[in-house]
Write a protein that binds this ligand. Structure first.
Ligand SMILES: [Zn+2]
Length: 141
Protein backbone atom coordinates (compact mmCIF):
# COMPACT_ATOMS: atom_id res chain seq x y z
CA UNK A 1 0.00 0.00 0.00
CA UNK A 2 1.39 3.33 -1.09
CA UNK A 3 -0.43 6.33 0.36
CA UNK A 4 -0.03 8.51 -2.71
CA UNK A 5 -0.92 5.77 -5.19
CA UNK A 6 -4.42 6.36 -6.63
CA UNK A 7 -5.02 2.63 -7.17
CA UNK A 8 -4.02 1.77 -3.59
CA UNK A 9 -6.49 4.47 -2.54
CA UNK A 10 -9.26 2.78 -4.54
CA UNK A 11 -8.39 -0.58 -2.94
CA UNK A 12 -8.62 1.01 0.51
CA UNK A 13 -11.83 2.84 -0.38
CA UNK A 14 -10.15 6.22 0.04
CA UNK A 15 -11.05 7.05 -3.56
CA UNK A 16 -14.22 6.19 -5.45
CA UNK A 17 -14.38 3.94 -8.47
CA UNK A 18 -16.91 1.79 -10.29
CA UNK A 19 -15.69 -1.54 -8.94
CA UNK A 20 -16.93 -4.41 -11.11
CA UNK A 21 -15.01 -7.30 -9.56
CA UNK A 22 -13.11 -7.98 -6.35
CA UNK A 23 -11.54 -10.92 -4.58
CA UNK A 24 -8.80 -11.32 -1.96
CA UNK A 25 -6.01 -10.72 -4.50
CA UNK A 26 -7.33 -8.37 -7.12
CA UNK A 27 -9.82 -5.74 -8.13
CA UNK A 28 -11.33 -4.57 -11.41
CA UNK A 29 -12.94 -1.19 -11.97
CA UNK A 30 -13.96 1.04 -14.85
CA UNK A 31 -11.22 3.29 -16.21
CA UNK A 32 -12.09 6.88 -15.27
CA UNK A 33 -11.07 7.95 -18.79
CA UNK A 34 -12.59 5.21 -20.96
CA UNK A 35 -11.53 4.86 -24.58
CA UNK A 36 -14.56 2.64 -25.32
CA UNK A 37 -17.63 1.60 -23.33
CA UNK A 38 -16.71 -0.88 -20.60
CA UNK A 39 -12.97 0.00 -20.56
CA UNK A 40 -11.80 -1.72 -17.38
CA UNK A 41 -8.61 -1.94 -15.31
CA UNK A 42 -7.63 -5.14 -13.53
CA UNK A 43 -5.12 -4.58 -10.71
CA UNK A 44 -3.41 -6.54 -7.94
CA UNK A 45 -4.35 -5.50 -4.40
CA UNK A 46 -0.69 -5.54 -3.45
CA UNK A 47 1.26 -2.63 -4.83
CA UNK A 48 3.58 -3.82 -7.60
CA UNK A 49 4.80 -1.16 -9.96
CA UNK A 50 5.08 -3.16 -13.17
CA UNK A 51 5.53 -6.53 -14.90
CA UNK A 52 9.11 -6.71 -13.66
CA UNK A 53 7.96 -6.67 -10.02
CA UNK A 54 4.74 -8.68 -9.95
CA UNK A 55 5.22 -12.39 -9.09
CA UNK A 56 4.27 -14.86 -11.85
CA UNK A 57 1.58 -16.59 -9.83
CA UNK A 58 -0.05 -13.30 -8.98
CA UNK A 59 -0.06 -12.30 -12.63
CA UNK A 60 -1.59 -15.65 -13.59
CA UNK A 61 -4.50 -14.92 -11.26
CA UNK A 62 -5.06 -11.49 -12.82
CA UNK A 63 -5.12 -13.00 -16.32
CA UNK A 64 -7.73 -15.55 -15.23
CA UNK A 65 -9.94 -12.68 -14.08
CA UNK A 66 -9.32 -10.86 -17.39
CA UNK A 67 -10.60 -13.91 -19.25
CA UNK A 68 -13.75 -14.10 -17.12
CA UNK A 69 -14.51 -10.42 -17.61
CA UNK A 70 -13.80 -10.70 -21.35
CA UNK A 71 -16.42 -13.44 -21.63
CA UNK A 72 -18.90 -11.48 -19.50
CA UNK A 73 -18.39 -8.31 -21.55
CA UNK A 74 -19.15 -10.18 -24.77
CA UNK A 75 -22.63 -10.75 -23.41
CA UNK A 76 -23.07 -7.47 -21.52
CA UNK A 77 -21.85 -5.08 -24.22
CA UNK A 78 -22.15 -7.28 -27.31
CA UNK A 79 -18.49 -6.58 -28.00
CA UNK A 80 -17.02 -7.81 -31.27
CA UNK A 81 -13.47 -7.88 -29.91
CA UNK A 82 -11.28 -6.93 -26.98
CA UNK A 83 -7.77 -5.51 -26.58
CA UNK A 84 -5.72 -6.38 -23.52
CA UNK A 85 -3.12 -3.68 -22.97
CA UNK A 86 -0.51 -3.49 -20.24
CA UNK A 87 2.15 -0.78 -20.11
CA UNK A 88 5.44 -0.72 -18.19
CA UNK A 89 7.52 2.39 -17.71
CA UNK A 90 7.32 5.98 -18.84
CA UNK A 91 8.60 5.05 -22.31
CA UNK A 92 5.58 2.73 -22.66
CA UNK A 93 3.22 5.53 -21.55
CA UNK A 94 2.56 4.03 -18.12
CA UNK A 95 1.04 6.89 -16.10
CA UNK A 96 -0.07 5.18 -12.87
CA UNK A 97 2.78 3.21 -11.35
CA UNK A 98 0.66 0.43 -9.87
CA UNK A 99 0.54 -2.57 -12.22
CA UNK A 100 -2.67 -2.69 -14.23
CA UNK A 101 -4.14 -4.48 -17.20
CA UNK A 102 -6.48 -2.59 -19.53
CA UNK A 103 -9.45 -4.45 -20.96
CA UNK A 104 -10.65 -2.44 -23.93
CA UNK A 105 -13.89 -3.75 -25.44
CA UNK A 106 -14.10 -3.22 -29.19
CA UNK A 107 -17.13 -2.28 -31.23
CA UNK A 108 -18.00 -1.96 -34.88
CA UNK A 109 -16.43 1.28 -36.15
CA UNK A 110 -15.29 2.46 -32.70
CA UNK A 111 -12.56 4.42 -34.48
CA UNK A 112 -9.84 3.24 -32.10
CA UNK A 113 -6.48 2.70 -33.76
CA UNK A 114 -3.91 1.06 -31.53
CA UNK A 115 -1.37 -0.55 -33.78
CA UNK A 116 0.51 1.58 -36.24
CA UNK A 117 3.72 0.29 -37.72
CA UNK A 118 6.65 2.47 -36.77
CA UNK A 119 9.45 -0.06 -36.72
CA UNK A 120 10.46 -0.97 -40.27
CA UNK A 121 9.32 -4.44 -41.20
CA UNK A 122 12.16 -6.30 -42.84
CA UNK A 123 13.63 -9.80 -42.64
CA UNK A 124 16.81 -8.20 -41.26
CA UNK A 125 15.01 -6.56 -38.36
CA UNK A 126 13.00 -9.68 -37.55
CA UNK A 127 16.02 -11.94 -37.77
CA UNK A 128 18.17 -9.61 -35.62
CA UNK A 129 15.54 -9.47 -32.85
CA UNK A 130 14.98 -13.24 -33.07
CA UNK A 131 18.69 -14.01 -32.67
CA UNK A 132 19.09 -11.63 -29.73
CA UNK A 133 16.27 -13.48 -27.93
CA UNK A 134 17.39 -17.01 -28.82
CA UNK A 135 21.02 -16.29 -27.92
CA UNK A 136 19.98 -14.88 -24.55
CA UNK A 137 17.81 -17.92 -23.86
CA UNK A 138 20.74 -20.24 -24.70
CA UNK A 139 23.08 -18.29 -22.41
CA UNK A 140 20.85 -18.43 -19.34
CA UNK A 141 20.30 -22.21 -19.58
ZN1 LIG B 1 -0.62 1.22 -5.50
Amino acid sequence: MLEKCPFCQIINRGKEAYIVYEDEKCMAFLDAYPVTEGHTLVIPKEHYENIYEIPEEYLAHLIRICKRLALDYKKIFQTIGLNIIQSNGIAAKQTIFHFHIHLVPRYEQDGLSLFRHHFPRSEDNLSRAYHKIVNFQREIK
